[in-house]
Ligand binder design. Structure first.
Ligand SMILES: [Zn+2]
Length: 655
């Protein structure tokens, strides 16, 4: 029997996980050995009789837990993108065990005593040492024994609940799908789309993970729209109960750690630092955004000839766009063929800015035949890393789009990065994959995260690539969206999939003009989700919530953002970012990062736009730094000044 592939480093190029060799039965023994080995390494560091130094303590911790690192990375990638009943069962068992393992390290008193005594003069080492101290204190290292055992219990429960929340959602994506018997109910969809939905003689439209399903823009039958919308907002109802329990436990944990709420605890090590700073920012946006959305709702009602319901919004906003701006979003799709968008758009922009090139490596395999692997090279031909792309939706893949690391860049191990992007594009039954403009934008966005990972040039894994504060991590990815519509880039990739004709310039102009309409809706939808997240996580310990849906309504009402026609982008029951991802009390991050994004887009424009020198400057000062220095210092080094909110307000039409 061959040895467990996780026990030794991968022998594939760049240490790509050997997906072809990995079997379900390898995970559990690798987790068990990984945790045991990791713990033994940590205990050896903690109990060492040598005086504590940076190398024998902090660097030693960075070097520890390699098996666990390898198995976790591969396992959670599979759980997210290509799950089976087996791995989902295992996840329920493993998640609380991992929470316990992490506590066993962070709450080790001998280790903490050593970390407190380490000293170093090297700036990169001092920064990392500070991170470690902050991590340990935030994890409860200074608490009493009794408090620590309470904390352990809370962490284990929370990880169990979060796994359950995510798994309920995964099931809901297909269980709550819209099913119709007659293709005429899908009037408004094109023939290829209708065919791709055919399943056992019926038509099945799976849900995407957010409120406003894209089909709502096209479906002409109002009652079908209502059904689709209702399925979307009422999915996974058991998650309401889980949300209450999680918010309650998080509030208790915050109290234990000396904070008035989970929100206060969470922002303390972010660039925002305080609850007040976040609220001051959001406070500037709500009023103008709500006014804009109300004005848009009036225009939609006029177009429809009746007061619209939430399931009518997308449909009539498309109509207004067509009438007012003579723009039909569907007309763009034939110019957005998936692989050309990547080759001649996403990759091409990176080549123009940073000189990097991409070579497909069909000899290297992902965990599914649809995953493509690319080797990335620097301008001088030197190897940079691997980029994996998994573009298609599957019933065993969670919703949304994201980037994850399969191997972290670090000088310590001499490892180059292996990064991955996941999207959820419907795979056509046959023929080319044509994207919507939103999907193109998402491709550029996620690739911005990928570049942040690929360009990382740091010594220590803890601060590699995208290991930056969460309210900073969206910033480089948002900046990368600017190239999707940059004229030279767009002209290079947006070509008709049959004729090769470039997209007509007037279509682009119309799209840009039409984009300004619906900004109110998009900002309100986002802010409502942000304020909902905020309300759940500003709860103080002991503040009981009896009914999650009533809590949700009251929270939106109090925040001044309860509009009958615009629901939050995520309701509580499917808000995976905050109940099953890393964004609890952190959904504000997107708009917080957008301040820096809007500033940076201005900088690129002031300096001639798509220029190698500009790319190099952004890469050198920001993308290559990972979390190895203060995030806002890196921003200032790049931009040459403090950030201002003005460019964001202009962009969102909020002035
Ligand atoms: Zn992102």
């Amino acid at each position: 029997m061959p040895e467990n592939p996780f026990f030794a480093p991968s022998s594939l190029p760049y240490q790509l996980p050997p997906f072809e060799e990995i079997r379900e039965e390898h995970y559990l023994p690798a987790f068990e050995r990984g945790m045991a080995e990791g713990l033994a390494e940590v205990e050896a560091i903690a109990d060492s009789s040598e005086p504590p130094t940076f190398d024998n303590t902090i660097a030693a911790l960075e070097r520890s837990g390699r098996i666990l690192e390898r198995v976790s990375t591969a396992f959670f990638s599979i759980v997210s993108s290509n799950s089976t009943e087996g791995v989902l069962e295992l996840e329920k068992q493993i998640s609380p065990a991992l929470a316990k393992h992490s506590d066993a390290i962070r709450l080790n008193r001998a280790l903490w005593a050593r970390i407190k005594r380490v000293a170093t003069d090297d700036p990169e080492e001092s920064w990392l040492l500070e991170k470690y101290r902050e991590d340990f204190v935030r994890a409860g290292a200074d608490l009493s024994e009794a408090e620590q055992s309470e904390l352990r219990r809370l962490n284990e429960d929370l990880s169990r609940l979060s796994t359950e929340f995510a798994q309920n959602l995964l099931k809901a994506l297909s269980e709550s799908a819209l099913v119709v018997d007659d293709a005429k109910d899908l009037d408004g969809f094109d023939e290829a789309t209708i065919q791709s939905l055919r399943k056992d003689g019926r038509y099945v439209l799976p849900l995407l993970n957010y409120t406003n399903q894209p089909g709502l823009a096209q479906l002409t039958d109002r009652d079908v729209r209502r059904r689709l919308y209702t399925l979307s907002v009422e999915r996974a109802p058991r998650n309401f109960e889980l949300a209450i329990r999680m918010a309650t436990l998080r509030a208790e944990r915050a109290t234990l750690l000396g904070f008035p709420s989970h929100a206060a605890y969470t922002v303390a090590d972010q660039t925002a630092k305080t609850v007040d700073a976040v609220e001051a920012m959001l406070g500037q946006l709500v009023g103008p955004a709500v006014r804009n959305a109300k004005k848009e709702a009036e225009a939609l009602a006029e177009q429809a000839g009746f007061a619209i319901e939430p399931w009518d919004w997308s449909y009539y906003s498309e109509k207004v766009r067509q009438a007012r701006y003579d723009f039909d979003a569907g007309a763009m799709r034939p110019y957005f063929e998936l692989w050309r968008v990547y080759r001649d758009g996403v990759f091409h922009a990176a080549t123009r800015l940073y000189g990097v090139t991409f070579t497909e490596r069909p000899d290297l395999k992902g965990y599914h035949e649809d995953v493509r692997v690319y080797e990335v090279f620097n301008e001088d031909g030197g190897p940079l890393g691997l980029f994996l792309l998994d573009p298609y939706a599957r019933s065993n893949k969670r919703g949304g789009a994201w980037m994850n690391n399969l191997v972290d860049q670090s000088g310590l191990f001499g490892e180059k990065p292996v990064v991955m992007n996941n999207l959820n594009i419907t795979k056509p039954a046959s023929g080319p994959t044509l994207l919507t403009y939103d999907e193109v934008n998402t491709a550029f966005h996620e690739f911005g995260h990928a570049l942040h990972g690929l360009f990382s040039e740091v010594r220590f894994p803890r601060v590699s690539g995208t290991s930056v504060p969460r309210d900073f991590v969206e910033y480089p990815s948002q900046v990368n969206e600017m190239w999707a519509t940059w004229p030279e880039i767009l002209a290079h990739y947006a070509k008709h999939h049959e004729t090769g004709e470039p997209m007509p310039a007037e279509l682009v102009e119309k799209m840009k003009a039409a984009e300004k309409f619906n900004q109110g809706f998009m900002t309100v939808e986002y802010l409502a989700a942000t304020l909902l997240d905020w309300a759940w996580h500003k709860l103080a310990a002991g503040e009981a919530v009896a009914d999650a849906e009533a809590f949700e309504s009251a929270a939106l009402e109090t925040a001044g953002i309860a509009l009958p026609t615009v629901r939050p982008r995520y309701r509580t029951n499917y808000f995976a970012h905050i109940f099953a991802g890393g964004y609890s009390a952190g959904y504000y991050s997107y708009i917080w990062s957008e301040v820096l994004d809007a500033e940076s887009v201005e900088w690129f424009k002031e300096n001639g736009g798509l220029e190698r020198a500009n790319g190099d400057h952004f890469r050198r000062e920001l993308l290559s730094k990972g979390g190895s220095l203060d995030a806002l210092t890196a921003f200032r080094n790049f931009r040459g000044r403090e950030p201002s909110i003005q460019p964001l307000l202009e962009r969102r039409g909020l002035l």
